[in-house]
Design a protein around this ligand. Structure first.
Ligand code: NAD
Length: 356
């Protein structure tokens, strides 16, 4: 197969971790007889420095024309003071919007080799954590109408949370389909005891549940979900929720594994075009020092193969290689402990590629 990939390395550790994912992708291409071609697009602070905007129109078009997009990370203290209209993360929101990336998939897995990196007790994580959060990404309160006005001599700010049936249905379908490919259990998170948008959410999910009788469906309130993730995370398989709840819960879930550098994510559209990135930021404190953990980005590349290119075997091969490297004791500084082999970003990437 021939696939064309837009590469958005971005800022901070972005270039270092993406280079290791490219090493792994090239090895996959060689081993499985595929041809991957790449176009590099500047995004975030480096684009602001070069072009005065966090992503150019040409860059955006290159993303739209690609078969998928692989992203490092954007931002850093150098650009904290720039005009809000051109902040680095504006480019991320623009890419999500232009590419119609409405579904964010975040698998949260506690690798057995790293079980003691979890901040939770062994008695809780001993059963393993392997869950997937499916977050709606282009609707809800982050995209609703907002205003700040003066009322009776004081300022009043309002943010509207709006969801329509079609927005809920399309994210619901992604979640039910994801559950079908996993352990066939789906928990839909809402606040239906208070919010109208949640009551509509729940009604649409119930309608969909009838179409997926093979998936064990349940409703759970967002506050209870926050507690259950800490109390008994292994009860979850797939969780689906709206934009803001998903933003918060997915960060909480990722912390259960204790290793932010390991976690991949996929943002999907209604076509096979998706954007893949690790969940962490640009880590300016360790940028350029060969200290970053590239596994989150390498696992994001695996998700790209699985979800955008339908290459399940190739994705499995990457995940097995990562497991083998961890079994062999390779650890970047963020996950290192006594007795393990401490390696840098490059050596970790090379070790994964070598085990493919
Ligand atoms: P961060 O995720 O960049 O870093 C938090 C901590 O985790 C740091 O100590 C960092 O060294 C460590 N870390 C992160 N990724 C790592 C990796 N792969 N290997 C080893 N250690 C790793 O979060 P932050 O410090 O809050 O943000 C830094 C910048 O990144 C900010 O400008 C922020 O706006 C931006 N950011 C970008 C994205 C994105 O591009 N999607 C997401 C979040 C934050």
């Amino acid at each position: 197969m021939k696939k064309h990939i837009a590469i958005l390395k971005g800022d901070g550790i972005g270039p270092e971790i993406v280079d290791q994912a490219l090493l792994v992708l090239n090895k996959v291409a060689e081993k499985f007889g595929h041809e991957f071609t790449y176009i590099e697009v500047a995004i975030g602070g480096c684009s602001i420095d070069k072009y005065g905007v966090p992503i150019t129109e040409e860059g955006m078009n290159a993303c739209k024309q690609a078969d998928s997009v692989l992203l490092g990370a954007v931002g850093g203290p150098k650009w904290d003071g720039v005009d809000p209209s051109i902040r680095p993360e504006k480019a991320l929101l623009a890419v999500r919007k232009e590419l119609g990336l409405f579904a964010n998939l975040r698998p949260t897995k506690l690798f057995s080799q790293l079980a003691d990196a979890s901040p939770l007790k062994q008695s809780i994580v001993g059963n393993g954590i392997d869950l997937m959060i499916v977050r709606e990404l282009t609707g809800g309160i982050y995209f609703g109408k907002r205003r700040t006005e003066s009322v009776d001599g004081e300022k009043v700010a309002t943010d509207e949370m709006t969801y329509s049936e079609h927005e809920i249905e399309r994210i619901g379908r992604v979640a039910f389909e994801s559950a079908r490919k996993r352990d066939k259990r789906l928990a839909s998170v809402d606040k239906a005891n208070v919010l109208d948008s949640s009551r509509l959410w729940r009604a649409v999910m119930h309608r969909l549940a009838e179409e997926y009788p093979d998936v064990e469906y349940s409703d759970i309130l967002v506050d209870n979900t926050a507690m259950q993730l800490i109390k008994n995370p292994s009860q979850f398989d797939v969780i689906v929720t709206e934009n803001m709840f998903g933003d918060i819960l997915s960060d909480e879930a990722s912390m259960l594994t204790g290793s932010i550098g390991m976690m991949p994510s996929a943002s999907l559209s209604s076509t096979t075009l998706g954007m893949y990135e690790s969940i962490h930021g640009s880590a300016p404190d360790i940028a350029g020092m060969d200290l970053a953990n590239p596994i989150g980005t390498i696992m994001s590349a695996a998700m790209m193969l699985r979800y955008s290119f339908d290459m399940a075997e190739e994705a499995d091969a990457i995940e097995c290689a990562v497991n083998a490297v961890l079994d062999d004791g390779y650890r970047t500084a963020d996950i290192w402990k006594e007795g393990m082999k401490k390696v840098g970003c490059k050596e970790m990437g090379a070790a994964v590629a070598a085990r493919l």
